[in-house]
Design a protein around this ligand. Structure first.
Ligand SMILES: C[S@@+](CC[C@H](N)C(=O)[O-])C[C@H]1O[C@@H](n2cnc3c(N)ncnc32)[C@H](O)[C@@H]1O
Length: 209
């Protein structure tokens, strides 16, 4: 299925810079997962691995998936700077999420941050939800559509963006409790150096045991 920002786009982006992201875990991951006890986690679209590394350093066993080999290479290098215990808790997987099916009901946490697909988004989120074990947590975070009205650089392709409510609507209410579904504000600095209020679409749901 055609996606505008495919593997080549991302490989190029990662090859062109020393580090694309901050190296810090995403704030919504820290906010939502900080109090959960460790288990098995899937980080879908892991990029340079900051979330996976943060989870592993807190005792999670992590499967971290991305299709960009340049990102995974950098993530592995970054992880090497940790103790062997944490490194050995991360399994880096190079795969295209539009075709890759994670094992069903396997993970206590399935997290995807800023993976913006259009045509294949719903199917991907369905597969990610199916990978959550009973009692486990699904955390999907994206740039909220309202960011398109700000000065933060976002691709002018509205169908890439989603709300937490849209993600929640794809979950069977008999099997899921919605814990958080909101547009959460945070501040960021735009390319002109101005502080901007942006929003994350944050969906956290718990699969019923
Ligand atoms: C905006 S980055 C976010 C990276 C990371 N989650 C973070 O928050 O720092 C999106 C990531 O998703 C990956 N990605 C996009 N489409 C993908 C696909 N179809 N299969 C696997 N990875 C994909 C990209 O390579 C990129 O690393």
């Amino acid at each position: 299925m055609y996606e505008q920002f495919g593997k080549e786009f991302w490989e190029e982006r990662y090859r062109g810079h020393t580090a694309v992201w901050s190296g810090r875990p995403n704030p919504q991951l820290v906010a939502e997962v900080g109090e959960l006890g460790p288990g098995a986690a899937l980080d879908a679209g892991c990029g340079e691995g900051a979330d996976a590394i943060w989870l592993a350093s807190r005792g999670w066993r992590v499967t971290a998936v991305d299709f960009a080999t340049a990102a995974l290479h950098r993530a592995r290098e970054h992880a090497e700077t940790l103790g062997a215990d944490a490194v050995n808790r991360i399994d880096w997987v190079q795969a295209d999420l539009t075709g890759w099916a994670p094992p069903e009901e396997r993970f206590d946490l399935v997290s995807a941050h800023y993976v913006h697909l259009s045509a294949s988004r719903e199917a991907l989120f369905r597969r990610l939800a199916a990978a959550v074990a009973p009692g486990g947590t699904l955390l999907i975070v994206g740039h909220h559509p309202s960011d398109l009205q700000t000065t933060m650089p976002r691709p002018a392709v509205p169908e890439l963006f989603f709300t937490a409510e849209q993600v929640a609507a794809g979950l069977d209410p008999d099997r899921w409790d919605i814990v958080v579904a909101e547009a959460r504000a945070r501040s960021a600095t735009d390319p002109h150096g101005h502080e901007v209020a942006i929003h994350d679409a944050v969906l956290r749901a718990r699969r019923r045991p």
